[in-house]
Design a protein around this ligand. Structure first.
Ligand code: NAD
Length: 302
């Protein structure tokens, strides 16, 4: 199978790492062959030339930046990388929650000024016994739920069907989102960006949250009404937020979100990890073999 590792992957990892990995698995991979002359292309972003390839694989789980319908019309098989981010994003979210609870962000801030100063003793809390609401219980949501559960938290979740999920005490459907977030100390967003999830966390949802609650967004920036979030932070109707996904990205220098002491901004890196290219590579190899046998690929979007 002739595979192109598209240049667009460069911001995530060195394309040659994936080329070497795919070659070690017996695929004819390269970074410089036209998509039309390939059996498959691996990309981080869309480029119209990819419409000439028989198969395109996105190295991300989210594919809102790809024109999936145009792929369908062009007869391009389009697959994504859902299924590989549960551990990395789960650990990132556990880190966010621990940081707020144990006040680590404030001490790191003061370290920049070489300042030895404690928060009031009752500013800190333990995650043990606190409640988290995980919105979206797919790969990310389950990875988050498992890790927060292991830290002693009570987990509730929101998913499209009310069926139970291991480690999640109560499952709400999307129409009961307000009820689901009401008692949570942390509300964690792990849904894909779709028409239904655009602006999902609006002023009303933020108002339904506890005043001491933190919002954690590892989904997509557009899932949150950012102006409403800024207003809620200014008015103190929520305690803070950890934002790995923002709208737009990069977050502009003049965004007020940079300035809140109780906001952590990370540059869409919750899933980054040193073996990311191998996890993507394993999906590409598995799908190349399936396509070779004329079977349907896994993680097929269209
Ligand atoms: P997934 O497909 O495994 O899970 C998504 C889940 O959300 C599914 O179970 C789906 O049924 C559910 N869902 C969809 N709409 C919903 C709604 N309105 N309410 C409740 N649940 C809903 O995908 P995943 O791998 O878990 O990734 C989820 C999203 O997270 C991606 O689409 C991407 O945008 C984002 N993501 C971000 C990072 C990062 O680095 N921050 C990394 C990976 C994925």
């Amino acid at each position: 199978m002739r595979i192109l590792v598209h240049d667009s992957v460069t911001p995530v990892f060195d394309p040659d790492l994936l080329v070497d990995y795919l070659r070690s698995e017996g695929l004819d991979a390269t970074t410089d062959r036209p998509p039309a002359a390939c059996d498959g292309c691996v990309a981080f972003d869309h480029d119209d030339a990819l419409l000439d390839a028989p198969w395109v694989h996105a190295i991300t789980a989210g594919y809102d930046n790809y024109p999936a319908e145009r792929y369908r019309e062009a007869g391009v098989a389009f697959t994504n990388s859902t299924g590989i981010h549960g551990t990395s994003v789960g650990e990132s979210v556990a880190g966010h929650c621990l940081t707020f609870a144990r006040r680590l962000h404030r001490y790191r801030d003061r370290q920049h000024d070489r300042r030895w100063e404690r928060d009031p003793y009752d500013a800190a809390f333990t995650l043990d016994g606190e409640r988290a609401c995980v919105v979206g219980l797919g790969t990310l949501g389950r990875g988050v739920a498992a890790r927060l559960d292991a830290l002693g938290m009570t987990i509730v979740g929101v998913r499209q069907t009310p069926a139970g999920v291991v480690g999640v005490e109560e499952v709400f459907t999307p129409d009961a989102l307000h009820e689901a977030v009401t008692d949570a100390r942390f509300v964690v967003l792990t849904v894909p960006l779709t028409e239904a999830t655009t602006g999902l966390v609006d002023a009303e949802v933020l108002a339904a949250m506890r005043e001491d609650a933190y919002l954690v967004n590892v989904a997509r920036g557009e899932v949150v009404d950012q102006d409403a979030l800024v207003a809620a932070l200014e008015e103190g109707t929520v305690a803070g937020a950890a934002l790995d996904a923002l709208d737009p990205e990069p977050l502009p220098e003049d965004s007020p979100l940079w300035g809140f002491p109780e906001v952590l901004v990370t540059p869409h890196c919750a899933a980054m990890t040193n073996d990311y290219h191998e996890a993507v590579g394993d999906l590409v190899v598995a799908n190349a073999r399936r396509l070779d046998r004329e079977e349907s690929p896994v993680n097929r979007v269209v």
